[in-house]
Design a protein around this ligand. Structure first.
Ligand code: NAP
Length: 249
């Protein structure tokens, strides 16, 4: 491992990803900020520069295997290693099963699941070489099932299975693979939901309130740190208790 850890965060441009980047930066990591949205990336990169946190913005679509491999090689070239990978980029295309188009199914599965597979595969040689690595996948409480999110729930359930399998495959190389499952978090993604859908979700929330991006970033920061050395293949639900059972009032 390099003296200062090198952390790649996908979907870093806003919301949970931006908070994860800020927390990892505050913990002393040098950051690689990956996002499809160039404006968000430029803004965040400037903020981090102002805070004295070294960062490298990478504008790409995480479903693009060739670009991921090229970018990770460039990160290795510039920083010497990749120590932390947070697969955070994700999208929703909600609807009841009869309304989900094949295109919406493919988009959600590609961004939420296939991209994490591609990033894990691309980072593996660098982490294996160092015998050190922390991979954190951002799943969702919805992996347990959620009406209107067949594509999203399936993608996150798949990502849980990928997490557990890679934890086993990578353990001998001292690479930890874990997941954080957020509940309802206040981000542009949830702000974009129809008002009635957001209110219905809030009613099912045991705490009666949404979580913050910092709640998620704190859990990721722990799993990316050496304090979590003996933890691998685990899913930490950061959801105000929602995974314990749905509250219907
Ligand atoms: P968000 O506000 O929509 O931010 C996601 C970021 O990822 C955006 O900057 C987005 O760019 C970028 N992105 C989307 N597709 C991409 C792609 N193909 N390649 C690279 N970047 C891409 O989302 P969020 O609410 O912070 O969610 C972050 C993660 O947490 C997701 O995996 C989500 O499923 C998970 N999660 C969120 C909640 C919640 O309540 N917010 C709950 C459970 C799980 P654009 O804005 O240009 O699309």
């Amino acid at each position: 491992m390099s003296e200062q850890r090198i952390a790649v965060v996908t979907g870093a441009g806003q919301g949970i990803g931006a908070a994860i980047a800020k927390h990892l930066g505050a913990s002393g990591c040098k950051l690689v900020l990956v996002d499809i949205n160039e404006d968000h990336l430029t803004k965040l990169s400037k903020q981090l520069d102002d805070d004295g946190i070294e960062n490298m913005p990478v504008h790409l679509d995480v479903t693009n295997k060739a670009k991921i491999e090229k970018s990770f090689a460039a990160v290795k070239e510039r920083f010497g290693s990749i120590d932390v990978l947070v697969n955070n980029a994700g999208i929703i295309r909600d609807g009841f099963i009869s309304n989900i188009t094949e295109q919406n199914w493919d988009q959600v599965l590609d961004v939420n699941l296939k991209a994490a597979f591609l990033c894990c595969q691309a980072v593996f040689p660098y982490m294996k070489e160092n015998k050190y690595g922390k991979i954190v996948n951002i799943v969702s409480r919805a992996w347990l099932g959620n009406i209107g999110q067949a594509n999203y729930s399936a993608s996150k359930g798949g990502l849980v299975s990928l997490t557990r399998t890679l934890a086993l495959e990578f353990a001998r190389y001292l690479i930890n693979v874990n997941a954080v499952a957020p509940g309802l978090i206040n981000t542009p993604m949830t702000q974009g939901m129809p008002e009635d859908a957001r209110e219905r979700l809030l009613r099912m929330q045991p705490t009666g309130k949404m979580g913050s991006v910092d709640d998620i970033a704190a859990a990721v920061n722990f799993l990316a740190s050496d304090a979590s050395e003996f933890i691998t293949g685990q899913i930490i639900h950061v959801d105000g208790g929602k995974s314990c059972g749905l509250l219907s009032l």
